[in-house]
Write a protein that binds this ligand. Structure first.
Ligand SMILES: C[S@@+](CC[C@H](N)C(=O)[O-])C[C@H]1O[C@@H](n2cnc3c(N)ncnc32)[C@H](O)[C@@H]1O
Length: 195
């Protein structure tokens, strides 16, 4: 209940940016974080809102100081900094995360995104994906949830960045029911064979 008020307030201020009137459920939080492990860090979270996915990451054993949270909303950012004082909370536009030196190249293990990609322009989605993959390891993955029937990253963007998307699960224990996609670099069997 304490998370509902900040959410509704943010939604009234900027409905397009928040794109939901309540935080995600614990079931969706468990699904989107299900492949993250305590030893596979650091982890980047995009659009954490009140921190439902952040909580699930901590429950999976990810140390708070291995978390970077990028949130555009000033009230959400303040709340996150209070709740997770050891995490790195950056109030910024996730579309501009590339070339900021947030991590070394190939340092990041995974990215968890609660961003409303369905209400974003292709140029913005491109900025988010290209920026994240600039930091992600070769075998790193980007996890995105959606209320829609397919991956919310347009196939032209996946092809341009040489990425592939796989649905890892769907939960009806969220309003509305949601699916989670894992986006990763296309496997390169040619390289594996010669290695
Ligand atoms: C649908 S809410 C999801 C919040 C939370 N992850 C959850 O599932 O309950 C979208 C969140 O993304 C944030 N957001 C939207 N656009 C953003 C952007 N360009 N950069 C950073 N955060 C953004 C909003 O402020 C909001 O917190």
């Amino acid at each position: 209940m304490s998370d509902l008020l900040p959410f509704i307030r943010a939604w009234v201020t900027d409905p397009r940016k928040v794109s939901a009137i309540s935080p995600s459920s614990p079931a969706l939080a468990r699904l989107i974080t299900s492949e993250v492990t305590a030893h596979n860090t650091p982890v980047l979270e995009l659009g954490p809102g009140t921190g439902v996915f952040t909580r699930a990451l901590l429950d999976r054993g990810v140390p708070q100081d291995d978390l970077t949270l990028i949130e555009a909303g000033p009230d959400f950012s303040r709340l996150l900094a209070e709740r997770y004082p050891k995490a790195r909370v950056l109030q910024m536009d996730a579309c501009r995360l590339g070339r900021q030196g947030l991590f070394g190249p190939g340092e990041l293990a995974s990215a968890i995104s609660g961003l409303p990609l369905l209400s974003m322009k292709p140029r913005q989605i491109m900025g988010i994906l290209s920026g994240s993959f600039e930091y992600l390891r070769e075998d790193g993955a980007f996890y995105q949830f959606t209320y829609g029937p397919r991956c919310p990253v347009p196939s032209a963007i996946l092809a341009r960045l040489d990425l592939q998307a796989t649905r890892i699960g769907t939960t009806v224990r969220n309003v509305p029911p949601s699916s989670v996609y894992k986006i990763e670099r296309k496997s390169r069997p040619d390289i594996l064979q010669t290695a």
